[in-house]
Design a protein around this ligand. Sequence first.
Ligand SMILES: *[C@@H]1O[C@H](CO)[C@@H](O)[C@H](O)[C@H]1NC(C)=O
Ligand SMILES: *[C@@H]1O[C@H](CO)[C@@H](O)[C@H](O)[C@H]1NC(C)=O
Length: 369
Amino acid sequence: MILNFKHILWLFYLCGPSIIKPVTGSLSGKVTLPCFFPIPHSTPVTSPYGAIIYKDYLWIKWTKIFGMTESTVLVAQNGVIKIDPNYRNRISVPSHPEDVGDASLTVVKLRASDAGTYRCDVMYGIDDTHSTINLDVTGVVFHYRPNSGRYTLTFQEAVQTCLNIGATIVTPSQLKAAYDDGYEQCDAGWCSDQTVRYPMTRTRSPCSGDLKNKTGVRSYGRRKPTETYDVYCYADRLDGNVFYAPVTHKMTFDEAQKECAKHGAELASTGQLHVAWKRGLHQCNYGWVRDGSVRLPIIKPSPRCGKGKTGVFCLYRNKNQTGFPEPTRKFGAYCIGGKSSFVSLPLITLTGDVMLFVDKLILIPQVLI
Ligand SMILES: *[C@@H]1O[C@H](CO)[C@@H](O)[C@H](O)[C@H]1NC(C)=O
Ligand SMILES: *[C@@H]1O[C@H](CO)[C@@H](O)[C@H](O)[C@H]1NC(C)=O
């Protein structure tokens, strides 16, 4: 790729004087990206028609930086605010920033796609202030179907099933945030408020549900706890490194457990594998995880890996997408813990854009030498 002079200047601007502050929020949660500016001493001006307090002109701009391009998130000029439609009803700045010297951006209903680098520019009187903040959004929502088959979990079992795989049952707002990021699954699953829902970004039969041909999260409403469905889980934490066991041969479930133990590790849970995937784990090999399922974490899809889609894919025993593979079948293994030089997970949430950004930063020395 070719970097022109403007790009290089831009990279210096970004990486040079200002320190990038990290802020972390969780999916569907709330964060505040800090931006403070000095309040100038403006002298009150008395006009011939009476006392008028002279107000300095205030201009606030929040920008999101994607790789080499930027997009405006919010502009506020003396009380008039313009907001990017992607952020409508989700962002705000203090109502009288000039009184407090605070133009911090509050973001609610966080989406994974909100992750990235933000810049705040403030002009007030003769002062110019800039700051750059990196936002990481943690948490991942996933559909879970146990080995027992499709639609086999009561509400209590659904709650427990998510806990057993290192996750919690999803809240409706977490499921909505995942949907807003493009998550789609045509299977009804329990949510924490005892409703049953599923997210559809496209309309297709037989997935139309209560919204007919509209897109959105479908809901069956609140159901009796004894009814049975799949479940949607949410995972956020990762204590340790998830890595693909560094062996060339394939293993049965028992062998996979032993292989992880050889590395001072154990098979990763389904929740841990999803969090690792969200943080950048990509491996085009099916591997065992702790619940006896076999999964495939794909970030960079190709026809062979993920059939052109990103996600953590599950390998079912039956054609109708039920059952885990027999434990005697042979696959790789996803382990957690231990000392492996294999995966040191990037801490940036990898939407494609942020990944691009990281790649380009790595390019700098090659360009300058
Ligand atoms: C949705 O369904 C209604 C009634 O079935 C139909 O009139 C309408 O054209 C459909 N809209 C789309 C976008 O398919
Ligand atoms: C799926 O297929 C398996 C094996 O063929 C069968 O036992 C099971 O009842 C099927 N489940 C559904 C929901 O169709």
